[in-house]
Design a protein around this ligand. Structure first.
Ligand SMILES: [Zn+2]
Ligand SMILES: [Zn+2]
Length: 137
């Protein structure tokens, strides 16, 4: 009896300390742009973001969808998504242009054409200017 109680105490204690650590999980969200003139497949896109829990994730997704007038198809912790999702890297929910520092929500950020450069841009103009300065045309 007392042994059981001791055991339970230990379990409770380890549970509490686990809750104390707020780990931000990586989440994936799939949106659909109902106003897109593209075909339905390309109007759907996936973004990734960090949130410590479901409610925070929901909040982030709902705010974003409202702001950009998008439909939420689904959102899930990345680690419980399928193999193909886990092994893919998706653009952040909100990207910053490496060149002009503007926040942008394009369907697809424009990557630098230099293969080993991870910079992303809001426009082709920013990409070209960055290329001239950083990689020399
Ligand atoms: Zn830019
Ligand atoms: Zn670059």
């Amino acid at each position: 009896m007392s042994e059981n109680r001791k055991q339970r105490k230990i379990q409770e204690k380890s549970k509490v300390s686990e809750d104390d650590i707020v780990l931000a999980e990586k989440w994936l969200v799939a949106f659909k742009n109902p106003n897109s003139k593209k075909n339905p497949q390309s109007a759907t896109f996936i973004r990734q973001f960090y949130a410590p829990g479901f409610y925070e994730a929901y909040d982030i997704v709902a705010t974003y969808a409202e702001k950009l007038k998008l439909d939420i198809l689904w959102f899930k912790e990345k680690r419980i998504c399928g193999y193909t999702y886990i092994n893919n890297t998706y653009p952040q929910l909100e990207s910053f242009c490496t060149y002009c520092n503007n926040k942008f929500n394009h369907v697809d950020p424009i990557p630098c054409t230099k293969v080993d450069c991870i910079a992303e841009f809001c426009s082709k103009g920013c990409m070209v200017d960055h290329y001239k300065i950083r990689h020399k045309f």
